[in-house]
Write a protein that binds this ligand. Structure first.
Ligand SMILES: [Zn+2]
Length: 167
């Protein structure tokens, strides 16, 4: 699903990155992979994405080395995990400008419970925390009335660690 490159894009790594993750569904699939979703059916349920589109996007992400596909599960590679700072910054930007009730989700440093800012810096220890050490929970701006009622969505509202499979 790469967008056509233009001559002007060839010297810009942002343009190259957007060819991989610049499409809406693709970035949401990557987000859900960070949140612990691994199975095709769970991505389909959580995202409400047409299955044919999901198939294409997952295949592309595997081909680009963003996801690994083994034993029926899609798991972020080191390359995919490298997208975390971008994801976190975009969520924080959305919270700031489009979520008047406050953050939709709260991210914390597992080790000390400190809240993370948009750059994943911990309010307690001051470290920039890698995603494997981050827990996620519903924030003050989270509206349970607009969440899906399916089991996948329900498990996403329980505090859990990023990248760990949903139980
Ligand atoms: Zn900390």
């Amino acid at each position: 699903m790469a967008l056509p490159s233009t001559y002007a894009d060839r010297n810009c790594s942002l343009a190259r990155s957007l060819e991989i993750v610049g499409e809406r569904w693709t970035l949401l699939i990557v987000r859900d992979a960070f949140f612990g979703i691994r199975r095709f059916g769970d991505f389909a349920t959580q995202l409400g994405i047409p299955r044919a589109v999901l198939t294409t996007r997952l295949r592309f992400l595997v081909q680009e080395g963003v996801l690994d596909h083994t034993d029926g599960e899609y798991v972020l590679t080191a390359k995919g995990i490298g997208l975390w700072p971008v994801m976190r910054a975009m969520m924080a930007w959305g919270d700031e400008h489009y979520s008047p009730g406050g953050d939709k989700r709260t991210f914390r440093h597992e080790a000390d419970g400190g809240r993370l800012d948009g750059a994943s810096r911990c309010s307690v220890c001051g470290e920039v925390v890698p995603p494997a050490d981050v827990t996620i929970e519903p924030g003050p701006g989270y509206d349970p009335d607009t969440a899906n009622a399916d089991p996948v969505s329900a498990s996403l509202t329980t505090p859990h660690r990023l990248l760990e499979p949903l139980s």
